[in-house]
Design a protein around this ligand. Sequence first.
Ligand SMILES: NC(=O)c1ccc[n+]([C@@H]2O[C@H](COP(=O)([O-])OP(=O)(O)OC[C@H]3O[C@@H](n4cnc5c(N)ncnc54)[C@H](OP(=O)(O)O)[C@@H]3O)[C@@H](O)[C@H]2O)c1
Length: 332
Amino acid sequence: MAAMAAKLMRAVQYDGYGGGASALKHVEVPIPTPKKDEVLLKLEAVSINPINWKIQKGLLRPIYPPKFPYIPVTDVAGEVVEVGQGVQRFKAGDKVVAYLNSSNGGGFAEYATAGESWTVARPPEVSAAEAAGLPVAGLTAHQCLTRAAGVKLDGTGPQKNILVTAASGGVGHYAVQLAKLGNTHVTATCGGRNIDFVKSLGADEVLDYKTPEGAALNSPSGRKYDAVIHCSTGIPWSTFEPNLSPNGKVIDITPSPSALLTFALKKLTFSKKQLVPQFLSAKAENLDYLVKLVKEGKLKTVIDSKHPLSKAEDAWAKSIDGHATGKIIVEP
Ligand SMILES: NC(=O)c1ccc[n+]([C@@H]2O[C@H](COP(=O)([O-])OP(=O)(O)OC[C@H]3O[C@@H](n4cnc5c(N)ncnc54)[C@H](OP(=O)(O)O)[C@@H]3O)[C@@H](O)[C@H]2O)c1
């Protein structure tokens, strides 16, 4: 007897390294079956992060070697349609946001499976697109501020001067808003067109990165930074160093080989000023916290653009271009 045909879904995948947006293929593949500890989600919105296309470029081969064909994207929001036998916290019909493991991906599709432990309830006040923006970008901003920079988001703790570079981007726009929940003075950098936008997020002073003062990272009010949440790239230590307070730290989320060398040198020489490479170690409880902040109106996801799954390659190309304001969303 012929096996019953699996139900199919639309998805977008790539078959090997390289090729950018034009290597994305629209396919029909079987709807995945949730394992014991997984939920099956009908996706409503997903968001793109630069790591998604960096994996396609092969830049993260040692950490995330994808199995081809590979359906990219990890940050998803949708509705639970089926649960594995061991799932306790969710049932069909629940609205959620989830982080999918980068090794598996799966977000560029109509359906995806997510581990229960990486899935968080989404209240009706938080739209699928707002929630989908949060996992990688929001959690990275949260981790840099609370762990590496030591900012307490309940507003207690000593005042800190924070610099956020690329404050108009996915991570940066969350970092500015979260930093302002703490006892901080925030300086931010962005392009000239986004100065008013970044001020509206709560930044106390904003520098245009294309001006000499912006390129030098000089605080207009003369402050020295206790922590830099460094979301742009290509700024040498010699530019940061004179702008740091005596114990200032540069928290670098895209550390280059020369940044890693600086990190090692500062450690070895017991320098008080430090460069701290930072990689996301995602925690569901922190995602839950961010969802609650959005619900309470204390944090917002700013949406650069929305694209249907049928035009996923446009969203992909936009992210590679590097000029998004906030998050790029794809809707299956
Ligand atoms: N370590 C980790 O775990 C982790 C997690 C998330 C992200 N990341 C990395 O962090 C970086 C930022 O990610 P993202 O999602 O925020 O990127 P993104 O959303 O693509 O950032 C785009 C924004 O950056 C701005 N920008 C670019 N160069 C700038 C500069 N020199 N100074 C000021 N602003 C600049 C652009 O402004 P204009 O359009 O005006 O140029 C644009 O608004 C990426 O390299 C990403 O791979 C690392």
